[in-house]
Write a protein of this length. Structure first.
Length: 357
């Protein structure tokens, strides 16, 4: 849910009038009564957009949904601006003023609007729980009367927001964790969480925004060769490596999977961008030579209550930024407003929908 009752109450007190689609929050644990108690009106989907100046949602709208949005309306959601060019052009043609949560600048002032981070945190946590559930092993070292059990060995590839949360979660469960990233700056963060930094001898560059740049073909080949040797040492591999706007880097070749022990598990959080493992099937869980490969593409939806709660706080902060006190006041000279706007940015103040994004 893009808004949970807690944030609806805060926004209502701040001057917003909020309408929520009937039944939309039920599965995530937010019944309609909680929304009405918080000050929202509940409406059928057909009447939802009547008079709406701003629409907040989780995922991008379908073509039919875009056609139903009145020109000049503000839309906020995960809109995939780097990969869904067609969807962004459709919003532009419709005259929608669209703000993508992915495009909110990662600056200190916008930290509370950073939905990529909040959802990556949920995904990193859930990935470890899925792996712990699939492997036929305990995670912690146990000393029992029946003997000692060695701890599970977990490798986390990519130590951004999701990777760091995966490391912390696996450590809390008692696993011995290793991790690596192409950004050398991450080593210290990995070690501070009690994991070992695996140096594969491949060091990439960082963009100004702190993201990894895509490796050169030579670096990619070196990384793949090093990993092919190391991956079979682990019971669980959580992969989170991403390069914004590019296909996910290929880190685990099929040959490495075939050398893993039966019962091992890979959870590929990069599945939506094609996957870090060659065998990942986006959206599916498969077993190859006894190794479970999980490629679910929307893990936060499996933890919908807290994923919604965090996302809702991100959305509410952006809403209040764009419409202080509930009055829409878009200032395209502002870094956050300009950075997050992916369609309908005016060429002349106050005339949305006339310039290209
Ligand atoms: P992301 O989801 O784009 O990528 C995940 C990780 O994959 C990154 O750490 C990246 O370096 C790594 N990666 C890419 N190619 C790889 C490869 N070939 N092998 C191994 N690892 C690879 O990144 P993210 O988690 O969204 O965060 C990236 C950066 O942004 C981090 O430095 C993070 O601290 C920073 N950040 C800053 C803010 C802020 O200042 N407000 C907020 C969130 C994140």
């Amino acid at each position: 849910m893009a808004l949970v009752p807690e944030t609806v109450a805060k926004l209502a007190a701040a001057g917003f009038e909020i309408t929520v689609e009937r039944g939309a929050g039920a599965v995530a644990g937010f019944p309609d009564e909680d929304y009405t108690d918080a000050g929202a009106t509940v409406a059928e989907s057909g009447a939802l957009l009547d008079g709406a100046e701003m629409i907040v949602r989780v995922a991008r709208p379908s073509a039919d949904e875009v056609a139903a949005i009145a020109p000049g309306t503000v839309l906020i959601g995960f809109l995939a601006p780097l990969t869904d060019t067609e969807g962004i052009e459709r919003l532009q043609r419709q005259g929608v003023v669209a703000f993508a949560m992915e495009s909110v600048p990662r600056i200190t002032r916008a930290q509370s609007m950073d939905a990529l981070s909040s959802q990556a945190t949920v995904a990193g946590y859930k990935a470890v729980l899925i792996a712990a559930d699939r492997v036929p092993k305990l995670f912690p070292m146990l000393m029992t009367a029946a003997g000692t059990i060695a701890p599970a060995r977990v490798l986390v590839m990519g130590a951004g927001v999701a990777g760091l949360q995966a490391i912390a979660t696996a450590r809390r469960l008692g696993a011995v964790v290793s991790a690596f990233d192409v950004r050398p700056a991450v080593k210290e963060q990995v070690e501070s969480l009690g994991a070992r930094f695996l140096d594969l001898g491949v060091h990439g560059e960082e963009t100004e925004g702190g993201y990894a740049k895509e490796l050169t073909p030579e670096q990619q080949a070196a990384q793949l060769a090093a990993l092919e040797e190391r991956v079979p040492d682990f019971d669980v591999v959580i992969t989170t490596a991403l390069v914004p706007g590019r296909p996910a880097p290929r880190l685990i070749p099929a040959s490495a999977v075939s050398h893993m022990r039966p019962g091992s598990c890979i959870v590929d959080l990069a599945a939506e961008a094609g996957g870090n493992c060659e065998l990942t099937q986006p959206g599916n869980e498969i077993v190859r030579e006894g190794v479970t490969i999980v490629g679910f593409t929307n893990l936060p939806s499996q933890m919908a209550f807290h994923a919604s709660q965090l996302y809702s706080r991100n959305v509410a902060t952006l809403l209040q930024h764009l419409a202080p006190g509930g009055e829409l006041a878009l200032d395209f000279d502002d870094e956050i407003t300009a950075g997050a706007c992916v369609a309908g940015k005016p060429d002349v103040a106050g005339r949305p929908g006339e310039a290209s994004a």
